[in-house]
Design a binder for this molecule. Structure first.
Ligand code: HEM
Length: 403
């Protein structure tokens, strides 16, 4: 018998893509690794997943079946070096300080601190707030700032006025990025885009980057674009990286934020956290474990290799079932301790471990602090799942504090 929290999550996944809950639930029978005709190898074991993440001799992120292959078609083959060549380690090393917790905590306070104070006050005053829309705005603001794009750059890219209503601008940005991400539908079988999807993906990406040359010229070195300029990375490549970052960090983070609020309510764990506020970092970790917004991560086999007593052949695809692996531990509990086996598989592993991980922690922490500041639990007034989206999330999640 599923709990109400689990039922809502499975319905949310099905609203995004109808086959998704079935795949992720059945995925546990793939433990440790199992071959599915036409699709490739499914991995549902944390140790095997990590072995694959750490083996760049036999597994690639840029060949057919993996995310880098999709991106190379949209923004150019040079992405292969960015993901897998010497350029990858070099760039990650040089931007590392922009992604430390100290830097992301400061960014969150400066960029979305006022929004979060406003949220806290509205809730304390008894207002009902739509967390789904709030999350989209918060993520848009912070990821744009991290990249080095100002509201005027975003307005130049996607149109509209930004002076009177920045919230509306960032909501539009979310929908723009989401349309690009949704072109990932169909990548289960192949990451080769059909001509119509490819043309639209290029159009959306080009539009997003329209003001990159201006932003690149004047961005602070403490932003991704500014840092790329200082490092001598040319404007085209810096722009590609900026888009990639915006796309990697928008839907995933907004989904985690919104689902955190719903799951904590549905499991009653918001009350447990209010009773034990020191567990807040555990609540953030549990959110990422249970939601695992990057529910599946692809790799391609580049050379024959034996994994968990199975022979994988060059050219085959591998799908790491992140959601399935992370959810095997059970329901959301703020008193669940760190699991050294799964570690933080929701962020991937090895050399491609999520670059935005600390920003995610800073944002979820700040949002949860704002929600718990009044010391009262929240209740859900209205919820609606977002339909036909690559990264499942809520269309609407209206909450208010219990009286
Ligand atoms: C809850 C939110 C997020 C989740 C669950 C998540 C998950 C992941 C995962 C699983 C990967 C590895 C993909 C692979 O190995 O193929 C990844 C990579 C990456 N993520 Fe995130 N991500 C999140 C938010 C962000 C944010 C906010 C940013 C930046 C603003 C970001 C930037 C990146 C980048 C640049 C990579 C590629 C790293 C590389 O290849 O070296 N992510 N993310």
């Amino acid at each position: 018998m599923w709990s109400s929290a689990r039922r809502h999550e499975l319905t949310l996944l099905a609203a995004g893509q109808p086959w998704l809950p079935g795949l992720l639930l059945l995925g546990r029978f793939a433990r440790p690794i199992r071959k599915v005709p036409e699709l490739g190898w499914f991995v549902a074991d944390p140790l095997v997943a990590r072995q694959i993440y750490n083996d760049s001799t036999h597994f690639s992120i840029v060949s057919e079946g993996a995310a880098g292959h999709w991106w190379a078609q949209v923004i150019g083959d040079w992405v292969e070096d960015l993901f897998e060549g010497p350029g990858h380690t070099d760039l990650r090393t040089k931007v590392r300080d922009l992604f430390t917790l100290a830097h992301t905590d400061a960014l969150v306070e400066r960029v979305i601190g006022p929004d979060l104070r406003d949220l806290r006050e509205r809730l304390a005053a008894g207002e009902t707030v739509d967390i789904a829309a709030r999350a989209q705005i918060l993520v848009g603001r912070s990821v744009s700032d991290l990249v080095g794009m100002r509201p005027e750059d975003i307005a130049a890219a996607i149109g509209g006025d930004y002076t009177d209503d920045q919230d509306a601008l960032f909501l539009r940005l979310f929908h723009h990025v989401e349309e690009l991400v949704n072109l990932g539908f169909g990548t289960m079988a192949s990451t080769t885009l059909d001509p119509v999807a490819l043309a639209r993906a290029r159009e959306l990406a080009t539009q997003l980057a329209v003001n990159v040359p201006d932003a690149y010229a004047r961005a602070d070195p403490d932003t991704t674009l500014g840092r790329c300029r200082e490092l001598g990375l040319d404007v085209e490549h810096a722009g590609g990286l900026a888009i990639l970052m915006a796309v990697a960090g928008t839907d995933t983070l907004a989904s985690a934020m919104t689902r955190m609020v719903a799951i904590m309510h549905d499991t009653g764990q918001h009350r447990a956290l209010l009773a034990a506020p020191g567990r807040l970092p555990d609540a953030v970790r549990e959110t990422l474990r249970v939601t695992s917004p990057a529910y599946l991560v692809g790799r391609s086999v580049t050379a024959d290799v034996r994994v968990a007593d199975r022979d994988l052949r060059a050219g085959e695809h591998v799908k790491i079932l992140t959601w399935t692996i992370n959810n095997a531990a059970g329901e959301f509990r703020v008193d669940r301790d760190y699991n050294p086996e799964t570690r933080q598989l929701w962020f991937g592993g090895g050399r491609h471990l999520c670059l935005g991980a600390q920003l995610v922690h800073s944002e979820l922490t700040a949002l949860l602090e704002a929600l718990t500041a009044a010391g009262r639990p929240w209740e859900i007034v209205e919820r609606r799942y977002r339909r036909k989206v690559f990264i499942p999330t809520y269309e609407k999640l209206r909450i208010r504090l219990a009286r």
